[in-house]
Ligand binder design. Structure first.
Ligand code: BES
Ligand code: ZN
Length: 552
């Protein structure tokens, strides 16, 4: 059972949805209907999840009732079924403040001419735009018709036939995705391409040039890509995440368009979810590490194959440092791979622990049993559980059966620390960066810059800026690291840039550390409040919720 859903899939289980939705930019609402087709196992009551939805009518039912709303879960929609009925139609509309939708006014887009809408359903926001069984333990197929004003087009994480979207494979609700705005398209290869606003699409196509090579790299390791097309959508800068693995259509932040492909491990990551996550899915949000830990492990294998061992090692070492720093700040209970999320919003479980501790566990098993055996294990894991949602216990059973190994897996999963014997990533390139002032930085990659900057303690900010023009950096990761150092040291010349960055970018990973550091000093607190008052309207509801908790 999933504690983050009102639904009872053990009684009635939804198998297929037919959506028909109208995008109304003026009122900032989606309205229309969904036909839910289900299997009946027991009882007469179909329970759906909703949050902030107005339910206009339910066809083909005895009656319905919208229950009281819970602050985390939203409200249950109870529908009483007649005997032997196997589908109902719900007519509904969304609220302008739906947690899973961001409505952008023209000034918030690159082109400044047209409005834009996109969805973000993970973890439990699908219920804010579709009444459904919003649990990753239920998988359904769907079709959708989306009506947009003339000149604006809609895309979905799905295939397209005769003007309708189709998802023919059963997917969990958190992967249902829609975007609509002024979109252009460029092919990247025979089965891949990129959508973006017209002003960005050429830069995006260049940045993502290696996508076909990445797909080929995963296929070689873990078997065929099973979803047909693999496209990317570059969103406006307020997108609160780096990327989101919507099936057939990864959503990404524009902040990875660095011009030199140095941040494309994010593409490798979202692509890897086509195996770990979308094919084999966490059954509950406490099993999230099965999605993200496996995906980070796969991401690194892709990077190694496409960009070489050096790059992979640098990324692994940087991430190991970030995990170490984050775990030092977290309560011990949140440092286990399988957290207890009772009474909590699953978005709270989203720390580096499921990602990097999860990946480190897999890397440690790989080292213990050898790469060939571990590769064979993973390939058979994806085949065995394909198109299923599984718990950590099911993974453990399968692991014990298929790959007896000397790693204390239970400690990794249920205890807070990093067990002894953990793999330790190492980078020769970083060893060459060294501790002193660098002699020659002309061939440094983004990863070497990040490593170098993180070593500066205390940093000589004026000298660093004079020699390396960091306040002017066009690379979002380097600039973010630099601005964080500027806040920590009170380096004023970078503050105008800091304000621009906080007002222009909505990626939560960047916002959270910057606001947190600002709030630590009295001058910073005032500045944070002033900047946030200006920036907040441009942030996604998910980012607003996070920063509301920090800037008080
Ligand atoms: N599926 C996640 C994003 C997510 C997680 C959204 C939980 C909502 C709730 C996606 O695959 C992801 O992990 N994105 C990362 C980037 C990645 C390279 C670590 C991000 O957005 O930072
Ligand atoms: Zn991920």
């Amino acid at each position: 059972m999933d504690e983050h859903s009102w639904s009872r899939p053990d009684c009635i289980r939804v198998r297929h949805l037919d959506l028909d939705l109208q995008v109304d930019y003026d009122r900032k609402i989606l309205s229309g209907s969904v036909i839910l087709h289900f299997d009946r196992l027991s009882g007469e009551e179909l329970v759906l999840d909703t949050r902030g939805l107005a339910i206009h009518s339910v066809e083909n039912a005895e009656g319905f009732e919208l229950g009281a709303s819970d602050p985390i879960l939203g409200a249950p929609l109870r529908i009483w079924l007649r005997d032997s009925v196997a589908s109902v139609t719900v007519h509904y509309s969304t609220s302008p403040s739906a947690s899973g939708l961001q409505w952008l006014d023209p000034p918030q887009t690159a082109g400044k001419q047209h409005p834009y809408l996109y969805t973000q359903s993970q973890a439990i926001h699908a219920r804010s735009w579709i009444p459904l069984q919003d649990t990753p333990g239920v998988r359904a197929t769907f079709t959708a018709t989306v009506h947009t004003p003339d000149g604006l087009s809609a895309v979905m994480g799905a295939g397209r036939r005769n003007g309708r979207f189709h998802m023919d494979y059963p997917i969990p609700s958190y992967l249902i995705a829609l975007a609509a705005g002024d979109l252009a398209f460029r092919p990247l290869g025979p089965r891949s391409g990129v959508y973006a606003e017209p002003a960005l699409v050429a830069a995006a196509a260049h940045e993502f040039e290696d996508t076909e090579r990445m797909i080929a790299a995963v296929e070689e390791l873990y078997g065929p890509y099973r979803w047909g097309r693999y496209d990317l959508l570059v969103l406006p800068p307020s997108f609160p995440f780096g990327g989101m693995e919507n099936p057939c259509l990864t959503f990404t932040t524009p902040t990875i368009l660095a011009g030199d492909k140095s941040l494309v491990s994010l593409v490798a990551h979202e692509l890897a979810h086509s195996w770990s996550g979308n094919l084999v899915t966490n059954a509950t949000w406490s099993d999230f590490w099965l999605n993200e830990g496996f995906t980070v492990y796969l991401e690194r294998r892709i990077i190694e194959k496409v960009y070489g061992r050096d790059r992979e090692e640098m990324e692994a070492v940087l991430a190991r440092g970030e995990l170490h720093r984050e775990m030092a700040q977290l309560p011990p209970a949140d440092c286990a791979l399988h957290p207890d999320l009772a009474g909590r919003d699953p978005d709270d479980g989203c720390t580096l622990v499921p990602y990097e501790k999860g990946a480190l566990l897999l890397r440690t098993i790989e080292q213990a049993v050898g790469r060939p055996r571990f590769d064979a294990f993973l390939r058979s894991y994806f085949d065995h559980f394909a198109f299923r949602s599984i718990t950590t216990a099911e993974f453990l059973d399968y692991l014990r059966r298929e790959l007896p190994n000397p790693v204390p897996v239970e400690d990794w999963i249920f205890q807070p620390g990093i067990p002894e014997g953990a793999a330790e990533p190492h980078s020769e390139a970083f060893a060459r960066v060294g501790a002193g002032w660098p002699a020659d930085t002309s061939r440094w990659t983004t990863q070497e810059w990040l490593h170098f900057l993180r070593l500066q303690d205390p940093p000589d900010m004026p000298r660093l800026d004079r020699e390396f023009h960091l306040t002017q950096s066009g690379n979002s990761e380097i600039l973010h690291q630099w601005l964080l150092m500027a806040v920590k040291t009170g380096y004023q010349p970078a503050y105008p840039k800091l304000e621009d960055f906080l007002c222009g970018v909505g990626r939560r990973k960047f916002l959270k550390p910057l606001y947190t550091e600002l709030m630590k000093t009295s001058n910073g607190t005032e500045l944070a409040r002033r900047i946030y008052a200006r920036a907040r309207p441009g942030y996604h509801p998910i980012a607003q919720a996070t920063i509301d908790g920090l800037v008080t």
